[in-house]
Design a protein around this ligand. Sequence first.
Ligand SMILES: [Zn+2]
Length: 73
Amino acid sequence: MSIPEGPWTIKQLEERFPWVKWREPALVMTSAHRGLACRVCIARHGLKGSEVRGLPQSFEEFEEHWRQEHEAA
Ligand SMILES: [Zn+2]
């Protein structure tokens, strides 16, 4: 099975990796920062350590990210 060229749609991700809760955030922690990371964005771009400080801090902020980045598309 070949992996389609990016960016992945949410439907493609859910079909290919059905055990991953794509619509729920992943808690990411470093020694200095913690935040809620978007699994879809990680699948598409990865996540650098320096980006952790910019992650949503609350579920409301994550939902805002989801609405802006993934529901409009
Ligand atoms: Zn995202």
